[in-house]
Design a protein around this ligand. Structure first.
Ligand code: PLP
Length: 471
């Protein structure tokens, strides 16, 4: 592609994206395609001759767009948010253009130093203590794996890295923990059977008494308790594990405490919503995802540790070809995570934090929490709907329950209700199971979601009930 074509298509794509953002509500939030619908339009092998950008872009619009579920649609209430913002998108464009590989300071000094500063900005914004140092990971899953590896090595004086496991070591997390914890436990070699799944209380948070009992039982059986993973904002229902009590237990038994605040962490920018962070200053490690609720394109996960020497001793390997004269004066982030190669992720954070300011991010979070509370109020005002978990921050778990029907009938009824409102194309919600009850989740967090959008969900629910003989 010559430079004039690059310029022309670049302008065209930005125009297209600006229109996309402007008219996004005209797209169905959840893609209606069926499995295989996209694949049939894709040739089985790569073209022999290059094709024009006009042809490629046309196919993008014709073939790819119908198979996109629109995470940036204000009717996105599914799973969790992965919001972006114009500032972040433009930064990503520059990142792509620079094509920097930020594995060590020398390969991109500005990227390393910007990352260091951005992690300090974020740490202070969400009220983490100043002794914690941060690094950007691709995802919370990777950050949690780093925490598990660090816990393992710290406790064994780096012996597992040197010669493998010599005895069983266990990890603790609540029954509501994210699936990435089990994956991390398996990858780090603990064995899935060493993951202790701790019971939850009525509010779905980890039961500290059950945690302590599991630790004591392991000790009695010659198994070494290694790491507790507490969640602030569980994926199903936004439950908050009691960090302060859990930290006391970890300190009593000398266990690493990792806190997973992937979704909820962003809310800590608002001091009035920071209540759930009580005790995090005692954590050994902490992760939250600006790529969920902080206007920053996926992927960008902020991982903080109390003592970064442990992380470095756990992960650092320095082949001759990566040694530089600056090594003693700089941070080489390749030693702070799993992979060697790293994208320039700090740039989009810098753009977002400067463009919105702390004030803009606080407003976004407050507006979303208000919208979720407004929706919860609508549910509470109804005789036929019920809330199924405490409404923490921006997530509401609920179901339709007209009474006098069995749990099994309730499940079928609510599944069909969910399908109906999602088929409208105007909203997209997902479900979970809470203490055996089928629950519909409304997760608020897309940048342009307003109260009117949660009111639309309520309206669609009423329409679905009234129009379809669901009762
Ligand atoms: C509580 C929690 N932890 C971890 C994750 C995984 O995040 P990531 O996709 O960044 O690995 C999620 C994502 O939903 C989550 O909600």
């Amino acid at each position: 592609m010559d430079k004039d074509s690059f310029r022309r298509h670049g302008h065209e794509f930005i125009d297209w994206l600006a229109d996309y953002f402007e008219h996004i509500e005209s797209y169905p939030v959840k893609s209606p395609v069926k499995p295989g619908d996209i694949l049939v339009h894709l040739p089985e092998s790569a073209p022999e001759k290059g094709e024009s950008m006009d042809e490629i872009f046309n196919d993008f619009k014709e073939i790819i767009m119908p198979g996109i579920s629109h995470w940036q649609h204000p009717g996105w209430f599914a799973y969790f948010p992965a919001n972006n913002s114009p500032a972040s998108v433009l930064a990503e464009l520059l990142t792509a253009g620079l094509g920097s590989q930020c594995m060590i300071w020398q390969t991109s000094p500005a990227a390393a130093e910007l990352e260091e500063r951005m992690m300090e900005w974020l740490r202070d914004l969400i009220g983490l203590p100043s002794h914690m140092t941060g690094v950007i990971q691709d995802t919370a899953s990777t950050a949690t794996l780093c925490a598990l590896l660090s816990a393992r090595e710290h406790l064994t004086n780096y012996a597992v890295n040197a010669s493998g496991f010599t005895g069983p070591m266990s990890v603790y997390a609540s029954a509501e923990t994210h699936s990435s914890i089990e994956k991390g436990v398996k990858i780090a070699g603990f064995g899935k059977d060493k993951l202790r799944v701790i019971d939850t209380l009525n509010d779905m948070s980890m039961n500290p008494e059950a945690l302590e009992a599991a630790i004591v039982s392991d000790l009695e059986n010659g198994i070494t308790p290694t790491c507790v993973i507490a969640t602030l904002g569980t994926t199903s229902s936004m439950a908050m594990d009691p960090i302060e009590l859990i930290a006391q237990i970890c300190s009593k038994y000398n266990i690493w405490l990792h806190v997973d605040a992937a979704f909820a962490g962003t809310a800590a920018v608002c001091p009035e919503h920071r209540w759930f962070m009580k005790g995090v200053e005692k954590a050994d490690s902490f992760v939250f995802n600006p790529h969920k609720w902080m206007l920053t394109n996926f992927d960008c996960s902020a991982y903080y540790v109390k003592d970064h020497d442990i992380l470095l001793r756990t992960l650092s390997i320095t082949p001759e070809y990566l040694k530089t004269k600056a090594d003693n004066q700089v941070r080489n982030y390749r030693d702070w995570g799993i992979q060697l190669g790293r994208r320039f992720r700090a740039l989009k954070l810098w753009f977002v934090l400067r463009n919105y300011g702390a004030e803009g991010i606080r407003k976004l979070v407050n507006d979303h929490i208000d919208a979720a509370r407004h929706f919860a109020g609508l549910i509470e005002s109804s005789d036929t709907f019920e809330i199924l978990a405490p409404v923490n921050l921006s997530l509401v778990c609920f179901r339709y329950n007209p009474g006098t029907i069995t749990e099994e009938q309730l499940l079928i009824l609510n599944q069909s209700l969910l399908d109906k409102i999602n088929d409208s194309g105007q909203v997209y919600l997902t479900h979970t199971s809470l203490k055996g009850k089928y629950a519909i989740r409304l997760s608020v967090g897309q940048r342009t979601t307003e109260k009117r959008h949660v009111e639309k969900v309520w309206e669609l629910l009423q329409e679905a009930i009234n129009s379809s003989g669901l009762v």
